[in-house]
Design a protein around this ligand. Sequence first.
Ligand code: GRF
Length: 224
Amino acid sequence: MSGSSARLVRLGVLVSGRGSNLQAIIDAIEGKGLSAEIAVVLSNKQTAGGLERAKKHGAPAVWLDPKPFAGRPDSREAYDRAVLEVLQKHEVDLVLLAGYMKIVTAVLVSAYENRMMNIHPSLLPSFPGLDVQKKAIEHGCKVSGCTVHFVTEGVDEGPIVIQAAVPILEGDTADTLAGRILEQEHRIYPRAIQLYAEGKLRVEGRRVVVAETGQPSTGFHNPE
Ligand code: GRF
């Protein structure tokens, strides 16, 4: 990555679990390759490992308990309004969903249109949703992978920024495949953020074009 001339993009990372993608982003920042800083990490889960990783990095870590919002008809929107407040307070430029196990509503999507990304462990549009490594194996796919995409209201549906392909091997289990896909996730998420930081991503309908080259295919990354 060559981001010396790009300004630091302030990242708001939403996590629900162990946070290995967050760690890959932190590592890329600390390795000085990624022109971004962690403005805040927010979780809906008090015990999310991602919160600990944020603290270790010296970044603000916020647990926002969904319980007080439950039971009202607009509970998801009300929760997202509270999330938005945190993101705005920390002057977040780009929101990253990194293992965030909550569906985001129009409240966040419209506030961060084309400024919110997600990482998903399949080659979208194949296998949106959950347990996707298992589904790809059971379907008999020969290749799977991962996708970074901008977030729209449809789950796992937004314009694709980068994908990496991962072969499915004879004898793969959901766990072994997930492990190899995860290695690629850790490569492509920081790369997508860097492209954003350099102002190179332009969304044209469903398509994300890397602006300087006009080559949508630069978003394809074979495993090295
Ligand atoms: C990753 O596989 C990601 O693609 C999916 O959830 C998992 C999160 O892992 N959305 P981690 O918390 O980043 O380790």
